[in-house]
Design a protein around this ligand. Sequence first.
Ligand SMILES: Cc1cc2nc3c(=O)[nH]c(=O)nc-3n(C[C@H](O)[C@H](O)[C@H](O)COP(=O)(O)O)c2cc1C
Length: 485
Amino acid sequence: MSDNSKMVVKRKHFRYRNIEDLRQEIAELGLTIRLADRVENLFQPVKIGHKTAGNAFGIHPMEGCDCTLDGKPSELTIRRWLRFGAGGAKLIWGEATAILEEAKANSRQLEINDYTANSIEQLLTLTRDKHKEIFGANEEVIVGMQLTHSGRYSYKKPLIAFRHPVVDKVTLVDKKKKIPIPEDYPILSDDELERLEDRYVEVAKLAYRIGFDFIDLKQCHTYLLNELLAAKTREGKYGGSFENRTRFIRNIIGKIRAEVGDGLILASRINVYDGIAYMPDPNTNIGMPRETPTPYPYGFGVDENNPPQPNMSEPIKLVGLMKDSGVKLVNASMGSPYYNPHIGRPFERPPIDGYETPEHPLVGVDRHFRLTADIQQAHPDLPIVGTGYSWLQNYVVNAGEANVQDGKVRFVAVGRGSMAYPDYVKDTMESGQMAKNKSCVAISYCTALMRAKDNPLHQFPSGCVPRDRFYAQIYKDAEKTLTQQ
Ligand SMILES: Cc1cc2nc3c(=O)[nH]c(=O)nc-3n(C[C@H](O)[C@H](O)[C@H](O)COP(=O)(O)O)c2cc1C
């Protein structure tokens, strides 16, 4: 927040007076996004394994960096989840929950262990109760826990699966002194990974005991399990071939099913495309690719010989493999919030540690929709949850409806949009559309709060500054704190 100048708007992309204006720009850009006039299909129930979600709307995992330092939900965490419960989406994908203290991405992340389990159980019960209070007891809401290991973005020190010639240079071992990963930095050994597999089984049991409908074995956003999928240059049994790179996920799926049984639904949020690393152009602050070697055997879903381009053959294969092993739900995401934020979260204004968008945000939305459709169409019998909708503001549901009609996705969920407008489903049920003045405007304050530099606790609680007065105040206070430092 101290370098607020980086958040100055250069161009305003979202300036549509109505749905026709947006359609026109989509056509001018030559994109394939379609917008439906009426929302119908999204209200139909969707089967996920042995359970049924009452509609096809979702809330993506959105952490608020607001848990207690010992990994329990705080009042703010509960507030966020209650708003999700009250919003009407029948798929609530719980936020990143670390499997170990050392695996947290920040000191305020949720953590699952014997000590935190009861508090997390209360969080779940309160959320379900809130949903029932508003929508009635018979309505089904499916809630999951996202199990995460932050890998190279673990807050105490990077825990890496392989040496990455581009990203290592910008992965800091000392954030204060800005010291990047040195040449001789160790990678996690096969033994350490095997022990982590066992930890996944232990926490899966806990999540099941607590009462979650599903667990997400998170393999996205370049955290550890995503990095393993891209570990083509790693030696040993977890690296190199596709078979080795998927060993970890195959092993944990097998072990969890053997120990927990099929009462617990297995899900996974995956990166279908990591992308390459970007940096701000020093003169314009517009994102530009960092120097990228070719061939590029360092990204999942990335064409090795033409690295900016996706190659969907392995992501499609991975989803097939997971489906055959018993995974019942997949959430398709992409990019790294740390080194190419425009890929995962098409934005109007950049996050504080980011850059101005190097492409029209609609191009990013279109990439999400196309690559997700590739997965959904290759596996039509597996429900896939789509990402990257929030930039569309009040037209999220029109695009989502069209994608469901066209068989390009099964669930439509919002990330940033859920902090701005958690009851977007309730409003769509009541009026057939979303309200413009409640929608996310994608100007990245939620990320700015998480990334506030020099704060001893690494960040402030995250929420929607433009749409939620509570967080507007937190942002004001955060600015004051930082200028006083
Ligand atoms: C403040 C913030 C917190 C997030 N927390 C998580 C998280 O806990 N787990 C996760 O998989 N993605 C997380 N994301 C990513 C979102 O779930 C989502 O993928 C992203 O915002 C793009 O979707 P959208 O266009 O609907 O916002 C977070 C994003 C933001 C901005």
